[in-house]
Design a protein around this ligand. Structure first.
Ligand SMILES: [Zn+2]
Length: 69
């Protein structure tokens, strides 16, 4: 599976929409199942922040534990 396809693949029917290689396209309708999709940058960002947070705590959580000793 190509990870680059994750944002252009329909989550419902897994059809690939080749038009979505243009990152400026925010909304699209799947030609396979007619589902309206939002390419919501916010949710992706939030996910990334959560991920980075988890990584940081794995690395010792220097965010608020740096002075606990
Ligand atoms: Zn679809």
């Amino acid at each position: 599976m190509n990870p680059a396809y994750s944002t252009i693949e329909c989550r419902v029917c897994h059809a690939i929409n080749p038009d979505l290689t243009d990152l400026r396209v925010r909304k699209w309708i799947c030609s396979g199942c007619q589902t309206h999709h939002h390419r919501d940058g916010h949710s992706d960002e939030k996910l990334l922040v959560t991920y980075l947070d988890a990584l940081e705590s794995l690395n010792g959580g220097r965010r608020d534990r740096s002075e606990s000793r």
